[in-house]
Design a protein around this ligand. Structure first.
Ligand code: C2E
Ligand code: CA
Ligand code: CA
Length: 853
């Protein structure tokens, strides 16, 4: 099918494999990636939630105790009435004993202190850092310390003062005022210590009252310092246990603690904001979170350095005014460890294996398909005529082997049939010579551009077939073939029978000037009689010769020889050499032939009638019917042009019948209508070809019967020159026509090779003297003219004479005086349709009168 895209079998087989492979791989990759992402998200959420919970729990514990301690401290001072203005000694003992018992258990508690309304301050703290012998350091400011804060190396006032801060007023410290303003337990803001270490600290604060009966007076603030740094240690442990980063930030988005050794302070001692942190999770959050407070944990995921970071932010709130956030972040790698890598490796291994499998599959398919492709190629080559194209060798696969074997045997059978077919096509069965096809192929193979082509046809072969039968005809053709073959072989030529009785001869070595000599040689071949059924038979042949030229193909040359042969046959010249104008006339013939066929099929013939006059009376005796045919433009084509073509093509019988029918019908009708006299004579022209047909007389008699026209009023005109062939059927037919009562006129008498001796054999009753003789008549030569001789002949033989082509009154007078009684010619009337006749007949009468004057 044209236009349909064709793909090879191999591609058709392999492509689906590859497509399925690629689709599977794609789906697996996609599924794995999706699965992996879902898994990571799920695990990260669980992990981070549990971590956050852990941190929040720990924070609770971590911060709960200091707050309880502060509360207990405030309560104890009030309950035991430890406070006395500007004297801290009573509280000092209590603080020291409490701190000692608490400190070892709750390492986060760094300091227990009391700041009073009168500006006194007392604190005991853990001070390993400042190299105290037992680790406790007392800080006192009261009336005894003269307005300054003394820091002792030990736990009592007897030890060395290692530092003094002056002036120092606890009421001005950031942790004091809020409690004073709102005397409830609360957390201070985060602040850096006043001493040199600048540790980030947060204090659990509780208001201290002194009660006197029912009256409670606010006297100061109990403070428990918690060093947030110590919480970082806890976070660090978590980080190492879970591979996660943990941060605590306040609602100002500033760092409180982180599981890291890095400080949460910047170079100026200010706490880092999330945005300034070096941790990606925090910088991400700085960009992502707005300032609204989060009440629920939130999970975020974002890509970071080829990995995904999951971040969970959970709020941490206490009823003691803390509002912080716990931030936990973990990377996929930390979360899933080597799982992705292992699964990637598995996938790659799978891919490699799959690819290998595909490759092996393709190789196997290739090997399987190869013999089929080779067989297909062989089939293609065979269709181009290469029968010997090699077929694939034996194959191990049963089906393929079977296919190849079957194909091979099919090829053998096909080759044999093909040879037989070619033999039939290229050889003529009867003579064993080349057929037309074989002849052309052989000539083509010789590729010669010189020499000549001859086309030889046996004249009247149809008659031989008709008279002796087809079997004898075949024998004759075989004998002719044998004679020609013997000669053509000697001449290195090619011989073929190209049609029923036509032989083509190609003589490569013959020069154009030698052609006639060869033609002579052929005649010699046919000079010896052929013996059929013991009877000798002389054959005549027509020969058409065409020279071989470089431009013309064998086909064209053969056609040219055929055209020359038609000319030779038609013109009875026996031999013709092709000239280009023959092709032109042959084309004209072809056109005319198609016009004739069309005219027969569509009833386009017209019949004109030309009056025949009795010269003595001027009466119209009858008329000659003449056939008229127009071309496509409506112009008349002369019967002299189309009758010979009709005769050569076998159409003449149909045309003759049409003509006879029409003219009989027209005349019979006109007689019935009394437009013509009842004894009106009708002349029709009949071709010798029609006369040679065995059935002609029966058909004529049938026509007469049908038309109801008397036989004696019909004359059949036969051209004399064409009758010379002495054909027994023709002669027999003429006698039968006479026997019917129909008259016979010899037409154009004097133009042929008329032999008077032959003439008397013909059963005719009138002669038509050709116009050529009438034209030559003058008053001076009339007596010695051919017309005069014929007139004498007619009176002794007893037939009538019709002078044709009378154009002048003088001619009419002369022929009449010579004894010719009937005439026909333009003088009396041109051939015309019968409807135009009454007037013509009248004119004829008048002219005749003028002529006889
Ligand atoms: P023909 O039978 O000899 O017919 C007479 C021819 O001479 C006619 O030519 C006619 O028109 C022409 N003719 C008659 N009087 C004169 C004249 O005074 N001067 C001149 N110059 N010509 C005259 P047309 O019709 O062209 O026919 C030519 C030939 O064609 C006929 O010759 C006849 O042989 C043949 N033909 C015509 N009709 C038929 C037909 O129906 N069947 C057959 N087989 N042949 C026919
Ligand atoms: Ca005639
Ligand atoms: Ca004539």
């Amino acid at each position: 099918m044209p236009g349909l895209l064709k793909i090879s079998f191999k591609k058709a087989l392999i492509t689906p494999f590859i497509l399925v492979f690629l689709c599977s791989i794609g789906t697996i990759l996609w599924l794995q990636k999706k699965h992996y992402d879902d898994l990571a998200l799920e695990i990260s959420e669980k992990q981070l939630t549990s971590l956050s919970y852990n941190v929040i729990q720990s924070l609770d514990i971590y911060l709960e105790r200091p707050m309880a301690v502060a509360d207990a401290l405030a309560h104890a001072i009030e309950y035991h009435q430890l406070y006395s203005a500007n004297d801290a000694l009573a509280i000092e003992d209590y603080l020291l004993s409490s701190f000692k018992s608490l400190h070892t258990e709750f390492s986060q508690i760094d300091l227990l202190g009391f700041g009073g309304e009168l500006g006194e301050f007392l604190a005991i703290r853990n001070a390993k850092s400042i190299h105290t012998p037992n680790g406790y350091s007392l800080m006192v400011k009261d009336a005894n310390t003269s307005e300054q804060l003394n820091v002792y190396q030990g736990e009592n006032r007897q030890s060395r003062v290692i530092d003094t801060i002056k002036p120092y007023d606890p009421r001005l410290r950031p942790w004091y005022q809020p409690v004073k303003e709102n005397p409830v337990a609360m957390w201070s803001k985060l602040y850096a210590n006043a001493d040199a270490d600048q540790e980030v600290t947060i204090s659990a604060l509780a208001p201290v009252f002194s009660s006197d009966g029912d009256i409670r007076t606010f006297v100061g603030v109990a403070a428990v310092d918690v060093q947030i740094d110590t919480f970082s240690l806890f976070l660090n442990e978590l980080k190492h246990a879970h591979n996660a980063q943990v941060f605590i930030i306040d609602n100002q988005r500033q760092l409180i603690a982180q599981a890291d050794d890095e400080s949460i302070l910047d170079a100026n001692g200010q706490r880092l904001s999330m945005a300034d942190s070096s941790h990606p999770a925090l910088t991400f959050l700085a960009q992502t979170l707005d300032n609204t407070e989060l009440t629920e944990p939130h999970l975020f995921a974002f890509p970071y350095q080829g990995d995904t970071l999951y971040v969970m932010v959970s709020p941490y709130q206490t009823n003691t005014n803390l509002s912080w956030y716990v931030v936990v972040s973990i990377s996929t790698h930390a979360l899933l460890g080597d799982i992705p890598m292992i699964s990637n490796q598995t996938l790659i291994a799978g891919l490699i294996l799959g690819g290998l499998g595909l490759l092996v599959g393709i190789v196997i398919i290739n090997r399987l398909i190869l013999p089929m492709s080779e067989t297909a190629e062989a089939a293609k080559q065979i269709s181009n005529g290469s029968w010997d194209y090699p077929l694939p060798k034996n194959n191990r696969i049963k089906e393929i082997s079977l296919l190849v074997e079957s194909f091979s045997s099919m090829r053998s059978h096909l080759q044999a049939s093909f040879h037989t077919l070619r033999e039939q096509l290229t050889r003529d069965n009867l003579t064993k010579l080349y057929s037309r096809q074989g002849f052309i192929e052989t000539c083509n193979a010789m590729k010669s551009d010189s020499g000549c082509m001859m086309l030889l046809g046996v004249n009247q072969f149809r008659d031989i077939n008709d008279s002796l039968g087809h079997h004898q005809g075949d024998i004759l053709l075989s004998v002719i073939a044998e004679r020609l073959k013997a000669w053509v072989l000697l001449e290195n030529g090619v011989l073929g029978r190209v049609a029923g009785d036509e032989f083509a001869i190609y003589l490569p070595d013959v020069q154009p000037e030698q052609q006639l000599c060869y033609q002579h040689r052929i005649r010699q071949i046919f000079n010896a009689p052929f013996v059929l059924q013991g009877e000798p038979l002389m054959l005549q042949v027509s020969i058409g010769i065409a020279p071989i030229t470089e431009e013309d193909t064998t086909d064209t040359t053969l056609r040219n020889a055929g055209i020359a042969h038609s000319h030779a046959k038609f013109d009875c010249q026996r031999c013709c050499i092709y000239t280009p104008d023959m092709a032109e006339s042959s084309k004209k013939k072809t056109r005319l032939l198609s016009t004739l066929r069309n005219a027969i099929d569509n009833n386009k013939f017209e019949v004109y009638f030309q009056p025949i006059i009795e010269l003595g009376s001027g009466q119209t005796l009858g008329a000659e019917a003449l056939l008229r045919l127009r071309d496509d433009e409506g112009r008349f084509i002369s019967p002299l042009d189309f009758i010979p073509i009709a005769e050569g093509s076998g159409l003449i019988s149909s045309i003759g019948r049409i003509m006879a029918e029409k003219s009989l019908e027209t005349v019979v009708n006109a007689i019935k209508q009394r437009r013509l006299p009842a004894h009106f004579q009708l002349h029709i022209n009949v071709s010798v070809i029609e006369l040679a047909s065995a059935s002609y007389v029966d058909e004529l008699s049938e026509l007469l019967k049908c038309a109801g026209f008397p036989a004696r009023q019909l004359t059949v005109e036969v051209t004399e020159s064409r009758l010379a062939d002495n054909d027994p059927i023709t002669l027999g037919n003429l006698s039968k026509i006479r026997a019917l009562g129909v008259n016979i006129a010899i037409d154009d008498f004097g133009t042929g090779y008329s032999s008077l001796a032959y003439l008397h054999k013909l059963p005719f009753n009138s002669l038509k003297v050709d116009k050529a003789f009438v034209d030559r008549l003058t008053p001076d030569n009339a007596e010695q003219s051919v017309v005069a001789a014929i007139t004498k002949l007619s009176s002794s033989f007893g037939f009538t004479l019709v002078a044709e082509g009378i154009e002048t009154p003088l001619q009419a007078k002369l022929v009449h005086e010579l004894g010719c009684h009937h005439a026909q010619g333009y003088l009396y009337g041109r051939p015309a349709p019968l409807e135009q006749w009454p007037q013509l007949v009248a004119t004829a009468k008048m002219k005749n009168l003028v002529g006889t004057k």
